[in-house]
Write a protein that binds this ligand. Structure first.
Ligand code: F3S
Length: 425
């Protein structure tokens, strides 16, 4: 049984109100299931609240009822005044402004509006992105957090050196109400050390190459902690690591990893493994790269219907790059081009003229959401091209579409010509 501190006992006994009491009841069960001995304090939660409504939602009348039912597992309406922690929101089911472009029904838009107002009322910082670390939620090394979103979790752990497990919507909300997270998993030093060694024998120097490496590492490591040993001198940028995280969390369940001499807890190979012995040594070379590329490309027909890029949401650097590729060009009349980013970055794109260039070319710069989340694809979409291994992994199963995976440049060429001509060089 998890041991409770005085303030935790008070919350459980209802002294701090019904919302915290219900949250603490859930967290005690959660901590016991994880085998945690105690809770630790957190002041950084990335919540999933603007989620895809379950069928039962049609009977729900307002956001308080929705949150009570789905995030506090209560048939009684529990009204929350204020969440305790600093927290940000993962994506919503729709773009909050361009919901009609997604083909979302008005009922879903109204529900998202109700949740948006709920966030403002309760002190939840409305971020609506899968990349909170790109737009202002940047925890420090060692900081205990509670994040949802599989691609963001390894960024928090491995790239920033902060500490989180992959929280579900149903655990993150009670944590936000109480500021308490079970001490388990990646909050503990021991579990952060490496398990597998991945020796990289080829150059990995573009976002696409990091997606491929991440997809391979995820598949081979599953929930273990891989240690990536690059050829001398290679230093990935943020977009590359973002791609690695998203891919590794899709093909496997990577939540923590190390890149020797790059990520903060692995200044050396020895530091990455600590006292642990290496369980397995893997080699990533041309053969593994090609196999991974082929596994991600499920399409046969070169005629594309949708180009979906920005999964995870594009950084400002990526928005600048895609704008350069699109400038003065025109998207093919039978193709839809969706580019996804955080709305905070769209504001910068607007200011820098990027949005105008995308719109003039016939594309759309979309925010707050993504089609995989709600399965809202343009009507009749059969073939999708993307530069995201995560999108390529999930779209066939979720939407029944075939997918081409390649670089941003290949995706934009397909948007303009209507045909996929990408290849592994
Ligand atoms: Fe983000 Fe949606 Fe991709 S949540 S990581 S854009 S699947």
């Amino acid at each position: 049984m998890v041991k409770l501190a005085r303030d935790e006992r008070e919350m459980l006994d209802g002294i701090q109100g019904p919302a915290k009491q219900r949250a603490m009841e859930i967290l005690v069960q959660y901590a016991d299931a994880l085998g945690a001995e105690r809770f630790i304090d957190t002041n950084n939660v990335h919540l999933l609240i603007g989620f895809h409504p379950y069928p039962e939602v049609v009977t729900v009348r307002d956001a308080d009822e929705l949150v009570s039912k789905f995030l506090l597992d209560s048939e009684d309406k529990i009204v929350v005044d204020n969440v305790k922690t600093f927290n940000t929101t993962h994506i919503f089911a729709t773009d909050l402004e361009r919901w009609q472009l997604m083909g979302a029904p008005e009922s879903l838009h109204k529900l998202m509006e109700a949740i948006r107002k709920y966030c403002i009322r309760t002190g939840i910082s409305l971020m609506a992105t899968c990349t909170p670390y790109q737009v202002g939620n940047i925890p420090t090394k060692g900081e205990h957090c509670a994040w949802t979103e599989s691609s963001a979790v390894p960024f928090c752990n491995a790239v920033l050196g902060a500490r989180t497990n992959t929280e579900a919507a149903h655990s993150a909300f009670p944590i936000a109400l109480t500021g308490k997270v079970p001490l388990s998993g990646f909050h503990l030093d021991e579990n952060r050390l490496g398990d597998h060694l991945v020796r990289v024998e080829i150059d990995v120097n573009s976002v696409m190459e990091w997606y491929l490496l991440g997809y391979y590492a995820g598949e081979m490591s599953q929930l273990a902690v891989p240690v990536i040993d690059l050829r001398h001198g290679m230093v990935p940028n943020i977009s590359m690591l973002k791609g690695f995280n998203a891919a590794g969390a899709s093909s496997g369940g990577i939540m923590m990893y190390h890149v020797v001499a790059v990520t903060p807890e692995a200044p050396t190979l020895e530091a990455a493994f600590g006292h642990k012995r290496i369980k397995e040594t893997l080699t990533y070379g041309q053969a593994e790269r090609r196999q991974t590329y082929e596994a991600l490309n499920s399409a046969k027909d070169p005629t594309v219907d949708l180009i979906n890029i920005g999964c995870p949401h594009y950084s400002l650097e990526e928005l600048r790059e895609v704008t350069r590729l699109l400038e003065g060009k025109r998207v093919h009349e039978s193709v839809t081009l969706w580019i996804w980013t955080a709305h905070q970055l769209k504001a910068l794109a607007d200011r820098n003229g990027y949005t105008d260039i995308i719109l003039r070319a016939g594309g759309q710069l979309m925010t707050d959401s993504c089609p995989l989340n709600t399965n809202l694809f343009p009507r009749g979409t059969k073939v999708v091209a993307t530069d995201s291994a995560k999108h390529a992994h999930y779209a066939p199963a979720i939407a029944g579409v075939a997918v081409w995976f390649g670089s941003m440049k290949e995706c934009i060429e397909a948007a303009i010509t209507g045909k996929w001509r990408g290849e592994l060089k």
